[in-house]
Design a binder for this molecule. Structure first.
Ligand SMILES: [Fe+2]
Length: 385
């Protein structure tokens, strides 16, 4: 995009008759459009009525000094370039003009055609270059603003659509796999609380929360005859069930902003001692979100009612987690879990159940009743035969 300087520059000349004649005669074919007025009042009127790029003022105006007049011009045309004609040797005016600033050029009287032409050409080029610069800057600013707003809106929309889709998937999974009734939602909040206790902040907290919420999303790809089988799974069936972390990873692969979440999903059945699946990762090879999730998952499974047993007391669940520290769980994360007061876990559960009861009354998607025996987190670590 290059400069597009216009052909016509309008110049207003204010001064006596001889000054007027000088410009009108010498600049007739210059490409400038010269307008001449004798008084400052007439000049102000012209500035009010039309757009000029340059104003040239003789210091010998009848009603005020040229410097005063040029200062007033700013009110009518702030961008106009000002040229002052000073009588040769009039040092007082010269000094005042320099000191008061804002004057683009000073021409000496008697006027010299070449000098005047150079001054007006410079002023014209300067004016239009500034205008072009201003135009381009505004254009870039506007486009940038528009682009930023559009990007933010698009990102927001994609995130909202994906979040709503995933919530729908989790709800759909809850409907299929009745054993998980609200388990995913509790585990996601428990994981967030443990992550906070570990000092994790900001986006990572939300990623861990979402990753935990979506941990079993891959079970959507598991056939009903296996997922809902009341009895023990055969070895083959169990092998298929063990594919759910990878299936979940693949489901989330299309969403760039769920990069960390899908790693949590992929690693959520791994164990700290390397005896988990699908990759048998060990220690810190397992994503921290998945290591946190493992504790939240077991804790929730033990403290929730199951078709085959009532929920276990908090103390028992706590002891079991301590017992599995260093084998099933990362000891550092067990410490973080233990640092959270018992009443906080209860509050999270109650708050969630309260909210869900409210949602349940408004939503078509209701949690299914617990009717079948399925897999508990601990069951998941070995085949049921
Ligand atoms: Fe799982």
């Amino acid at each position: 995009m290059g400069y597009s300087l216009p052909k016509l520059t309008k110049i207003l000349v204010a001064g006596d008759i001889s000054t007027g004649r000088f410009f009108l005669d010498n600049f007739k074919d210059s490409g400038f459009e010269i307008h001449f007025v004798e008084s400052s009042m007439g000049a102000m009127q012209q500035l009010e009525d039309g757009i000029f790029q340059i104003v040239v003022a003789d210091d010998r105006l009848s009603d005020m000094s040229g410097i005063q007049f040029l200062e007033r011009c700013k009110t009518f045309a702030p961008d106009i370039l000002r040229v002052l004609i000073v009588r040769e040797g009039d040092m007082k005016v010269l000094i005042e003009a320099i000191n008061r600033g804002g004057i683009f050029k000073i021409l000496m009287d008697p006027l010299d055609t070449k000098e005047a032409m150079n001054a007006l050409s410079d002023a014209s080029l300067h004016y239009w270059t500034e205008k072009e610069h201003e135009r381009l800057s505004n254009l870039i600013r506007e486009q940038n603003t528009e682009l930023v707003v559009r990007t933010i809106n698009q990102d927001k929309e994609i995130h909202e659509r994906t979040a709503s889709l995933l919530n729908g998937l989790v709800a759909a999974l809850d409907l299929r796999d009745s054993d998980t009734q609200w388990h995913s939602r509790r585990v996601s909040l428990y994981s967030r609380r443990i992550a906070k206790a570990l000092g994790i902040k900001g986006d990572e907290l939300s990623q861990i929360e979402r990753g935990a919420l979506l941990h079993d999303i891959g079970k959507i790809g598991i056939r009903d005859s296996i997922l809902l089988k009341p009895g023990r799974l055969t070895k083959e069936e169990w092998e298929e069930m063990k594919r759910h972390p990878e299936m979940g990873y693949r489901i989330l692969e299309g969403s760039d902003f769920l990069e960390h979440e899908r790693i949590i999903v992929l690693h959520h059945q791994e164990r700290y001692d390397g005896k988990g699946y699908p990759q048998g990762l060990k220690g810190k090879e397992i994503d921290i979100g998945a290591r946190i999730f493992a504790i939240a998952d077991t804790f929730d499974a033990m403290t929730s009612d199951r078709p085959y047993r009532k929920s276990l007391p908090f103390k028992i669940a706590r002891e079991e987690i301590i017992r599995c520290s260093g084998t099933q769980f990362d000891p550092r994360i067990v410490e973080a879990f233990l640092s959270v007061p018992a009443h906080e876990w209860r509050e999270i559960r109650e708050r969630l159940e309260g909210r869900d009861l409210h949602q349940e009354s408004q939503s078509a998607i209701k949690p299914p009743p617990i009717t079948q025996t399925l897999i508990t987190p601990q069951d998941n670590t070995k085949p049921r035969e």
